[in-house]
Design a protein around this ligand. Sequence first.
Ligand code: MRU
Length: 358
Amino acid sequence: MTDPQNTPSIPYDRVRAVQWENSRLVLIDQRRLPSHNEQIVIEHLPECIDAIRSMVVRGAPAIGITAAYAVVLAARDRYLADPRSWRDALRPDLERLCAARPTAVNLRWAVERMRRAADAAAGADPVAPLLEEARRIHAEDIAANHRMGFLGAQLIEQGSGVLTHCNTGALATGGYGTALGVVRAGVADGRIAQVFADETRPWLQGSRLTAWELVEERIPVTVIAEGAAAHLMREGRVRWVIVGADRIAANGDTANKIGTYGLAVIARHHGVRFMVVAPTSTIDMTVAEGGGIPIEMRDPLEVLGCGGTRIAPEGAQAWNPAFDVTPAELIDAIVTERGVIETPTAAKMRSLAASLPA
Ligand code: MRU
């Protein structure tokens, strides 16, 4: 198993947002980046649920990995309280954790894996086997990202411009990133000559987090207002839009950060190709199509202001869905660690799912 804190020497792979250190969970506080690079230390489940809800940690795979470590913390507390009934006491903890954010299916996926590890934990103290499983989930995610980076970059012609949305990088995953992993690999390979990052209102994951990661890695990045994307495409500056996913339905419809669907529509209009990059832990074969994916609605105040300052007049209302769904027919490729699905269909998704371990 690869150690999540020490990956092989792959170019542009220096940032880690989620770490397990001295028996505690350590998260970069992503609400404060880029002006403050601070860490939050977490020792108990309620703080962890709060960190996921309040966007200290965000991005579907990073939420899943955080949840896996949160199960270790919860089991430790339950075991200390009563070594005989810790498993029963843990059950409602897992449900509360799953409810922290509804769209990213990686959260439930990771909690289910941890639940199975808890059920299988033989002997007295469950902490060691649960920590081993959490570290395995973390290491597998990084390995998947390296693989997807390689596979996705192969689709990109030398010297291309690309546009990415939200933050799908090391901050949003165990490390390296999904769509931003493809960007890292494509830049390392000379395939990507210019990276445009959508600012991504209202949380500004693009201008704050993606730009921060790329600047840290010394990869040149150009931030654009979301409203500039169509003009950028009309000017022929990008050949691919590359995005991540929070949940992919059984027919390939993909939920991702609000604004992704609009990008897919204008990309198709301008002949720009559209790539979704996500580990198989983001695929939810129990949801037939995108309409069945729960979309998180967030506080209207996030839209009515910016950086904590109210912008819209008092009395104005806001509608704040955090995600939207891009129909499969607008997606040219879904890149997973198990391979690339071009022009996704339900049949192609079924055959990918059939190849996954039970
Ligand atoms: O609300 P966020 O910041 O958690 O949304 C994140 C996204 O939409 C990402 O694009 C998605 O989780 C993929 S991250 C590898």
